[in-house]
Design a protein around this ligand. Structure first.
Ligand code: URA
Length: 234
């Protein structure tokens, strides 16, 4: 397998980034720096990136986790907070989350060791709708809803068109479903803040056609073959 494909499949970097890492001398094959992105990795080769041995699993795992609040979606946390992998107890493979949910956001998180699929789905050019259910403070006027739909400035970035549906408007708060296809850091919170409402609770309930459903918080399940095919083809 070509070196850049091998590094991407291991979930370390995109193929292009893998080429850069190789050309810059960050990759060793069998203990020797290799600057050849076209190197053909064969069985028995030991590939290191930045001093860490990387392995391509021949067994891909795809799971859907219902992330509770209070978990970090990275492989480690310098503040020692719980990480989502702590919840994935019976899978030996090292999984990476496809996109992120912030510490206080709950809901649907896809995780895999298929680096190619993870890179494809998180690439900014890849448009897959993510659906969130938000509880926000205050009243959501039609004017605000239209602003959210058309795009708002979240600090130097104008969001693209979004679908917005108010599920319930109470006296001092509202429940809203919002669909966006970008994935800027804390985007939903920033969008509501841009129209003067604060997000009190946030949950991701769908990614494209895949739904969180009734999976309990902190639990996960393997994706079906049909769901995996859907993600690969969308
Ligand atoms: N938007 C947010 O504000 N937080 C998330 O975790 C995801 C989207």
């Amino acid at each position: 397998m070509r070196l850049n494909k091998y590094i991407a499949k291991a979930g370390i970097a995109s193929r292009r980034k893998a080429d850069e890492l190789t050309i810059n001398g960050n990759v060793k094959i069998n203990g020797i720096v290799s600057k050849e992105p076209g190197y053909d990795v064969v069985e028995g080769d030991v590939v290191e990136v930045n001093g860490n041995v990387v392995k391509v699993s021949n067994k891909f795992v795809y799971i859907l986790l219902n992330k509770p609040k209070g978990y970090i979606t990275s492989v480690n946390d310098e503040k020692g907070r719980p990480i989502v992998m702590d919840l994935v107890t019976d899978i030996d493979e090292r999984l990476y989350s496809i996109g992120r949910l912030d510490y206080n956001t709950s809901g649907m998180l896809l995780m895999t060791n298929d680096g190619d699929l993870a890179y494809k789905l998180t690439h900014p050019k890849h448009h897959i709708y993510k659906t969130y259910r938000a509880k926000v403070t205050g009243y959501l006027s039609n004017e605000k809803i239209n602003k959210l739909r058309k795009g708002v400035d979240i600090g130097g970035f104008i969001t693209s068109k979004a679908n917005v549906k108010v599920i319930k408007q109470a006296e001092h708060s509202a429940i809203v479903e919002i669909q966006i296809y970008e994935g800027k850091n804390r985007q939903v919170r920033k969008m509501f803040s841009a129209v003067g409402n604060k997000v009190i609770e946030l949950q991701r309930i769908a990614i494209g056609d895949l739904k969180l459903g009734h999976l309990k918080e902190g639990h996960y399940r393997k994706l079906t073959q049909k769901e995996i095919e859907y993600l690969k083809n969308c």
